[in-house]
Write a protein of this length. Structure first.
Length: 137
């Protein structure tokens, strides 16, 4: 299993909307960056992802799980981009803010900090554990 971070503007798709999507989940679509799309193509069923509210909040608010691997994104008229389906797993006890992530030297290598515009990015297992621990403090 691999770990990922997926960013969404909460006024477009929020953790609350993801929760309401229920067990069948919802497509993670609308990604138009080639590097982020490549990351979507690398995702496997069962992979876990942090759900990050971008622009408004700038914080990790929960986790989701990939339930369907990449397929053509129905919102892309060109047919070049893909989507995956994810289902809600949990809401974090305490959201982990970008500010707190930047303060942690062990997380300074993350794409979230180095490539702030990237909407889908891998997270190594050590960082996954650190971020989960930060959400419980």
């Amino acid at each position: 299993m691999k770990y990922w971070l997926m960013k969404s503007e909460p006024d477009v798709w929020s953790i609350e909307q993801q929760i309401k999507a229920g067990a069948k989940g919802a497509p993670w679509d609308g990604v138009r960056n080639y590097q982020a799309a490549k990351n979507l193509k690398s995702m496997k069923k069962g992979d876990q992802c942090f759900f990050y509210h971008s622009n408004i909040g700038k914080e990790i608010v929960g986790t989701v799980q990939v339930t369907k691997e990449h397929y053509i994104d129905k919102t892309d008229k060109s047919g070049r981009f893909v989507a995956v389906t994810v289902k809600f797993l949990k809401k974090l006890d305490k959201p982990v803010t970008l500010e707190d992530i930047k303060k942690n030297k062990e997380l300074s290598h993350l794409s979230l900090i180095k490539q702030s515009r990237l909407s889908v990015m891998p997270i190594d297992s050590k960082s996954w554990k650190i971020l989960n621990k930060m959400s419980k403090i």
